[in-house]
Design a protein around this ligand. Structure first.
Ligand code: SF4
Length: 364
């Protein structure tokens, strides 16, 4: 018996922390640019959803032990549509199956118009301490064009409610719409600066084939204009960039995403969830159905760390496995694009503009 308890304790102690992502695939309607795994659904079967999520959580707890959970991220879809009872059921299930950090960052994604003060207070009382709001534009005409359900006033109302509750708040915006130019993006940054946010995500509009936008033959800004807009955002937003698309004061970085970019382990729960889990000293890729997971070699893992680490301003840590995958001759010849600082390899501002090309070139 003592032997069994010792082995069990060892199992718990030896497992590294895993961040937890929970996917909520329901939306009120589909936005015209959206290629995320989500579906428009008026009346989802929330009981079934909670039941499926809880059995996945149990599955991973059986595989990994009661691992330490430093962050939980409810993404979507539109997680703020979740009834409180369902959210509580899922949080109880997480508590039962894992060791949640006492300062766990618990984020929920939301859309304006789906969350009022009372519902947000309920989410907070069950553990949410960070709210991510999909605002996308500060112009009603653009919101309509993108097929968003809310207007600017609803977005501002939700931000005010969350800020008055002293929640950590982040907002997402989209730039590079067909009518955008550098000046309109500077105007957008100036408007965002007035919102008092400490975390902002700025995503370039990309046109995906199987979306309404993909079928509309839109007249998009060219690549050079997109690059100029990106530079203008860095110069005009009053928050420092800490990742390709993310800007925040230093103590407000999204820890969940940061852990993943740094190569941490994470469990993806729900249809559309994906993860990288670590079991008995082996990394596994986990996606879609939770029973589908495949070993990843140490080399692949190191390459993944380079791909995600270089997205951040700090860069990728030059651990031995990472060093083995990097062509340092290329690095030495391209000091205008990449640099090494305190054992981290990072891009220069010029390099960040052509990040995809750089990562292809510097990996052996
Ligand atoms: S709310 Fe988000 S996930 Fe839902 S359809 Fe719009 S962009 Fe996609």
């Amino acid at each position: 018996m003592l032997n069994f308890i010792f082995m069990w304790l060892l199992f718990i102690i030896m497992n590294i922390p895993h961040n937890l992502y929970i996917h909520v695939p329901f939306c009120m309607s589909k936005c015209k640019y959206c290629a995320f795994f989500s579906r428009a659904c008026d009346n989802p079967d929330w009981e079934k959803y909670a039941c499926d999520i809880c059995s996945e959580l149990k599955f991973w707890s059986d595989k990994l032990g009661q691992v330490h959970i430093p962050t939980i991220f409810f993404g979507g879809g539109t997680p703020s549509l979740m009834p409180i009872k369902i959210f509580e059921q899922i949080m109880n299930c997480i508590h039962k199956n894992f060791d949640i950090d006492k300062n766990c960052e618990i984020t929920i994604e939301s859309n304006p118009g789906t969350l009022d003060k009372n519902k947000l207070s309920d989410f907070v009382s069950i553990g949410v301490n960070r709210l991510s709001v999909g605002i996308q534009s500060l112009t009603d005409a653009e919101l309509q064009f993108m097929g968003r359900r809310h207007n600017v006033r609803q977005a501002q109302d939700l931000l005010n409610v969350a800020q008055n509750m002293n929640l950590r708040v982040s907002a997402d915006f989209i730039y590079g719409l067909p009518n955008h130019n550098v000046q309109s993006v500077i105007d957008l940054c100036n408007e965002i600066n007035k919102l008092g946010l400490q975390h902002v995500s700025m995503y370039e509009l990309t046109i995906e084939k199987n979306t309404p936008f993909g079928k509309m033959n839109l007249n998009m800004p060219d690549n050079n204009t997109m690059a100029d807009m990106y530079t203008a955002i860095g110069e005009n937003l009053n928050l420092p960039r800490y990742e390709v698309s993310n800007y925040a004061t230093p103590n407000q970085h999204c820890l969940h995403n940061e852990n993943i970019w740094d190569g941490g382990a994470y469990i993806g729960i729900g249809q559309g969830g994906a993860g990288r889990v670590f079991i008995d000293d082996i990394w596994y890729e986990q996606r879609g159905n939770y029973e589908l997971f495949e070993k990843i070699s140490d080399e692949t893992r190191a390459v993944e760390k380079i791909l995600t680490g270089l997205r951040t301003i700090r860069g990728v840590k030059l651990s031995d496995d990472v060093k083995n995958q990097i062509d340092f001759n290329w690095v030495n010849k391209h000091k205008d694009l990449v640099a090494i600082n305190n054992e981290y390899l990072h891009t220069t501002p010029r390099g960040m503009l052509i990040l995809d090309d750089i990562t292809l070139d510097l990996i052996k």
